[in-house]
Every structure is written in structure tokens, then in C-alpha cells.
Design a protein around this ligand. Sequence first.
Ligand code: SF4
Length: 282
Amino acid sequence: MEILVAKSSGFCFGVKRAINMAGKCASDEKKGDGIHTLGPIIHNPQVVKMLEESRVYAKNDLSEIDSGTVIIRSHGVTFEEYKEAREKGLNIVDATCPFVKTAQELVSRLTDEGYQVIVAGEKDHPEVKGLMSYGDNKVRVVSGIAELVDMPRVSKLGIVAQTTLRMEMLEDIVSFCLHKASELKVFNTICNATSTRQTESAALAKEVDVMVVVGGKNSANTRRLAEVCRAIRPETYHIETASELCPEWFDGKRRAGVTSGASTPEWLIEEVVLRMKEISSK
Ligand code: SF4
């Protein structure tokens, strides 16, 4: 069986940057006050475990961090959390991805300029919670046009997208919003890393008989990538590690594709490819 790996698999720029910043904190740590990330630094349990081994601990809430360093992960935090960390006197290492920072600034700017702001994305995602906090309490989070039907028409409407949103979803929301405002300002804040990965993975899914998507089950961008691939290649499997691969998935298959979410380290992908080679050689 031929195994093709998507060129864009592995960490994206923002995740790579955050992991490097966490690694630098761990190697610079002298006082022993503790290094913490606010939530897991990325949605990948294997990487979180490795960081713990370097004494970088994930905490879910600022109330669990009284001193030392707090690393803000790539998808950012809320305005209030940032303020609280500063008031607590913590050493803040801000690893918010610059693309997410831009989206936060846009929500803030649109709000200041009097636009009703729509954040296109998943309301429970930490990045979206962060984005919302930079606007006022009128910011609406929308994951599909059904949620916009009841929205009254306004004069000025501004749209900002979760960086990992699917382009088709943003297109749907934008075209629906044309009927909802006299002035519509749209910022395409979808990150290229996500769209490139999705486009490349979709192209790969067309060429193969079976697709394997590697990444945390709780990673929104990996789940979305699996959806994109499954829409083209129904035999798409989302796994976290090589141990989940089932030999039956590859029975009679000539070509298999492998892709990964933005938070999947290279070594995990290599392990998956190695295991697939073993399976196909039996
Ligand atoms: S997916 Fe894009 S926006 Fe998100 S962390 Fe990676 S580079 Fe940054």
C-alpha cells in the first residue's frame, strides 16, 4: 500500500511558536516558582504529557496559579483573564498566535466603531470566548445561518471569524448577513495554515482509498479536518496515536493518505506512518 502524507501536516506556525516559548521557559526556569499554562498548551495529550515532564503544568483556571509564570496558549485568553493574571503579579508569557491577536484587535476595533459584531465560530471554543471578551456584551457568536434568522436588521454589522473556521461557513454567514445590515464589514481572519491544510488534505483524500487524520479528539481543527476529508472519502479515520490503527481499515486498499491537525507533533505522524507500513507489509 502506498502511503501519502499531506505536506502541511504537523504543527502550524502558532502552535510551534507556543511550544518553543514553553520550552524556553522550562529551560530558563531558575527560581522554581512554577511554570503553568492556562489550559493545555495545545489539544494534544501526548505533548501536554511531555511538557509536564519538563515541569510545565497545565492548569484549568487562574485560581490554581498563585505565583510563577503563566503561559498563554496560542488561541489566547479572555481580556478578563489577562487582566487577572497581571493583577496577580504573574510573569505572563503571551504565546497567543499573532493571527488570533489580530482577530481580537478587530473585534475590539469594530466594537469601538459602533458595529454590531458577529464572531463566526464555535461559542464554547476558548479562542472564541477570548474574541468575544474583546467586544461588548452584544457580540453574537454564530456557527451557522440558522442562528441569524431572528437577528434584527442593523445599520452596521462587522464579522470576524474563528481562525480555524471552514471557509464555506464564513461564506454562508457573510452572504446571509448581506440582508441584515446596510453596511457590512467582513474580516477574513481564517488562518492560511488552516485553509492550506484543509485544501491539501481534501486534494489528498480524492487521490486515496482511505484517509487517516491524526490529532487530539478534543482538537476542533483536527475534528474539522476529519469532516472535510470524510465528505470526500467516507473511509476517513480520526486517531490520536498509532495504537488506534486497525488493520481492517486498510484491507484491499492501494493508497492511503495521512494528514494531521495543527497541534499534532511530527513524531506522532511518523509513528502512524511506520505502523501503517507494518500493517500493509503483513
Ligand atoms: S491555526 Fe493559524 S491561527 Fe491557529 S495557532 Fe495555528 S497559525 Fe495561529
